[in-house]
Design a protein around this ligand. Sequence first.
Ligand SMILES: O=C(O)c1ccccc1N[C@@H]1O[C@H](COP(=O)(O)O)[C@@H](O)[C@H]1O
Length: 217
Amino acid sequence: MTPPNPPITQVKICGVTQPGQAQAIAELGADYLGINFWPHSKRYLPWKTAATWLPDLPPTIKPVGVFVNPDVDLLLEIADTGLLHAFQLHGDESAPFCHELQRRGLTIIKAFQVRNPSTLDLVSTFQVHDILLDAYHPSERGGLGHTFPWELAQNFRTRQPDHALWLAGGLTHENVNNAVRGVRPAVVDVASGVEDDQPGIKNLQKVMLFLQSARNP
Ligand SMILES: O=C(O)c1ccccc1N[C@@H]1O[C@H](COP(=O)(O)O)[C@@H](O)[C@H]1O
């Protein structure tokens, strides 16, 4: 379980598609590696492909699968392999759906797009320890590089201190410093902010700068 208040904010680099880049990101010291298993994502990687190289990653980096409205049987099949540390859900998954997966032993990170303060009321109906807050978009599911008002994330931290807050949405090496100082999330999560113009291909220099800025706020 992710500690709600780690001494240093942890970092997740998300939407990695190449094993060589995954290795390099692990060596740079990222805490979590996100792989996107949603077929409509620009960063999609089929599970069967990821499963061939996930076992080669060093144990210092924890692989997280990103899903949108996944099929339960697929999740359980993947969970049985033991190759993923956690399941990040970016769709309309209900509270009972998440609770049932947790009952079956899966670690769930439930993502919410923060539209306004009432989003946080919805979050409080989920008994899920790890909560990810991302920017709102009327039709897209994530990975867009948009920020949202971080005061709302700060309010969430104050109101729900026992949750591990994962902060996402438009983070870059230039703004993550302020985000960490202002919000004090357990984890910061970035996809597009460490890329140039090819989704799924990371700029390792940006990854390094992001790690430095997140850890030295
Ligand atoms: O990255 C994607 O393509 C994606 C698609 C569908 C759901 C989530 C996705 N990524 C997650 O979106 C947020 C924000 O990403 P960004 O840094 O603003 O590009 C992050 O949690 C990613 O893991």
